[in-house]
Design a protein around this ligand. Sequence first.
Ligand SMILES: Cc1ncc(COP(=O)(O)O)c(C=O)c1O
Length: 391
Amino acid sequence: MEAYYRATRAEISLDALRVNLTAFRQAIPEGMLMMASVKANAYGHGAVGIAREAEAFGVDYMGVAFLDEAIQLRQAGITKPILVLGYVPPAGLAAARDYGITIALFRYDVLDAAATLPDNGKQLAVHIKIDSGMGRLGMLPGEEAQRFIERALTIKQLRVDGLFTHYSKADELDKSYTEQQYERFNGVVDYVRNHSLPISLFHAANSATGIDTPSWGHGMLRLGIGMYGLYPSAEVNQQQIKLEPVMSLKTAVAMAKTAPGNWGISYGARYVTSGSERIGTLPIGYADGFSRMLSGKAEAIVRGTRVPVLGTICMDQCMIALDPAEQDGIQVQADDEVVIMGRQGNETITADDIADKLGTINYEITCMLAARVPRVFVRNGVVQSVSNPLL
Ligand SMILES: Cc1ncc(COP(=O)(O)O)c(C=O)c1O
């Protein structure tokens, strides 16, 4: 059996992933740890495949959003420490402890629940979360955080390995708010150090911090979008670190035809041919994450030429104009490769190009890619593995 039968797939370049990991390692201070943020199926890239490569590269931690994502990695054989960045309810504490998964801690009821875990010789590892100005999860700096830390350290079922915070504006040019967050977090770190509390790892950096202000990251860079070769925003110093996009989204022409004039294309016939036009049908649609909101806006690359997507994007298919790619008189054939995101010849469509059309950020574009699209992991032009949950 083949690994997949439809041409639509996301190619994941393990070479690009290594380039990006190496670039960040070289850019951050000596001794600073690195976490690979592989939440949300590794930002759509395939969590297990990315985590395996990051582990082989030598990152120190994996970061995920919730416990199920962490268990998926353990079940796939990932052995590095995994930190759940989001909320883990009391019902998940025993599983986290048994799988050796570290959780973020910021609620007294969870702390109390941890204190009732039956002794099995293991401790539950936690990192306490501080809200230094993101306004999301975490204890507020000052007395609230201090009391919580002191209390957590009294519970024998817990091992408090770290303290962390998250920056909300690190990707903006003006770093004054980030500096304020850094200073608030420092206040908590100083408290821990001045009282000789047994917590050794402090971390605050996301990709933007790793690029622009690595020393504000403390002891670990939690690397997400940059690892996937995309910049967190247009305002970070893109000259500082050269990144290579890891994901390309490719498909192939399912049917190439010549439509007569005044012929409606796709649902609602929102595009109507003006004369005889060459049309290519692609086996990719909004159920794959190629949003219907891109109808009338999206482009694709075929035979090295950028062409428009015509009419409404369907659930599983969409149509492209072939005429712009046939100016030399050679027709596009069924099965010819089409790039939705990535490079073909001298043309490139980036995640940022697509994000701009949708009024969102590159993060959402790769995360949107549906589970049914196979992830094909490639090194040096050779397929290493395929992740296709359908077969
Ligand atoms: C707590 C936390 N740390 C780190 C990251 C990684 O951020 P980025 O993808 O911008 O590097 C995220 C992502 O949203 C996060 O929520």
